[in-house]
Design a protein around this ligand. Structure first.
Ligand code: AMP
Ligand code: MG
Length: 314
């Protein structure tokens, strides 16, 4: 595996690898994605294998712009409004797939719907334009583990399973996209993420909460898991634990590794730091990471969602 700065030479190489059915990790504003050509079933199969991801779990197609999205899915009025407001950005729209759309059945888990988004990252967009086809890009980590927000974390988690990692610094948002299902009359929130659901509801009205949607890893009870156990809504840490705070850190014993997601209680900063800080504390080889209470407002809903899954029994 090679890690390379995003020069035009690197992007050319990345596009060539994708065209040959190989896997390329690249930065987006949410987390690093593990990319494969969306229309190449063999490449997509290799992607599921590299992640150890169950194949019933559909992938999100990343495209460079709305025009490219229209070739893959059928837009309705709600999709027009949301794409206009939030693309490029951390919002995935699930829509009926377009006849002749190029995403292979394996990537869609055989569904007649498809999740699409336009990422808000210069490197991701440059790669998409250069490649000229849709790229499926789930988070560049082994299924069930923490999502990577740096190239180093990709390297650490996937090693030789990925051919090339395009380096793009830390991801701005730090959480996966919000997913909204528009394939039915009632719009449904499938996953909390980088765009607060209230901002979406302000434009298209109340979202239903996904009840028994597709059982996908991001929706399984246990996901995003560090090696250590997690103890949530903790006001402090006991001996043998690490502490992940929010706001000023409480007084803790000297031997307790501790970080604050945001000393100023800024939820965007906390989201940005979440996966990286969990990884750092996990490397201290504690048995348990105690995590401060996070407010459920705005981006806090997505942060709490990831923490709950990371804490779930495995
Ligand atoms: P990620 O693992 O971040 O790549 O996100 C993929 C997630 O998007 C899946 O786990 C599903 O929850 C969701 N998703 C993708 N495509 C569809 C679809 N056609 N219908 C419903 N959910 C989908
Ligand atoms: Mg993931």
């Amino acid at each position: 595996m090679t890690v390379a700065k995003p020069s035009s030479r690197t992007l050319a190489r990345a596009a060539a690898l994708l065209a040959r059915g190989r896997l390329v990790a690249f930065p987006t504003e949410t987390v690093y994605g593990l990319g494969a050509a969306a229309d190449d079933a063999r490449a997509v199969l290799a992607l599921y294998a590299a992640k150890g991801r169950p194949r019933f779990n559909p992938l999100i197609a990343h495209v460079a712009d709305v025009a490219a999205a229209r070739r893959l899915v059928r837009f309705d009025a709600r999709a027009e409004i949301l794409a206009k407001a939030f693309w490029p950005g951390p919002l995935t729209l699930v829509l009926p797939r377009a006849a002749g759309g190029a995403v292979c059945a394996l990537a869609r888990a055989n569904l007649d719907t498809l999740g699409v988004r336009v990422p808000d990252h210069a490197v991701a967009l440059a790669l998409l334009r250069r490649f000229g086809r849709a790229i499926v890009a789930p988070s560049a980590n082994r299924s069930g583990r923490l999502s990577p927000t740096t190239a180093q974390a990709v390297q650490f988690g996937l090693g030789a399973r990925v051919d090339l990692v395009v380096e793009g610094g830390p991801c701005r948002v730090g959480l996966e996209s919000t997913i909204v299902d528009l394939s039915t009359a009632q719009a449904t929130l499938l996953r909390e993420g980088g765009i607060a659901h209230a901002a979406i509801e302000a434009l298209i009205g109340k979202l239903a909460q996904s009840g028994s949607a597709i059982k996908a890893p991001g929706m399984l009870a246990s996901h995003y898991a560090p090696r250590a156990r997690l103890r949530l809504d903790a006001k402090d840490a006991r001996s043998g634990e690490a502490y992940l705070g929010f706001g000023a850190l409480p007084k803790l014993a000297n031997d307790i590794p501790a970080l604050s997601l945001s000393p100023t209680r800024d939820l965007a900063q906390a989201a940005h730091n979440l996966f990286g800080y969990l990884q750092t504390l996990d490397r201290a080889h504690v048995q348990c990471i105690a995590v401060a209470p996070i407010p459920a407002t705005g981006l806090g809903a997505a942060i709490r969602d990831r923490l709950a899954r990371a804490a779930a029994p495995r």
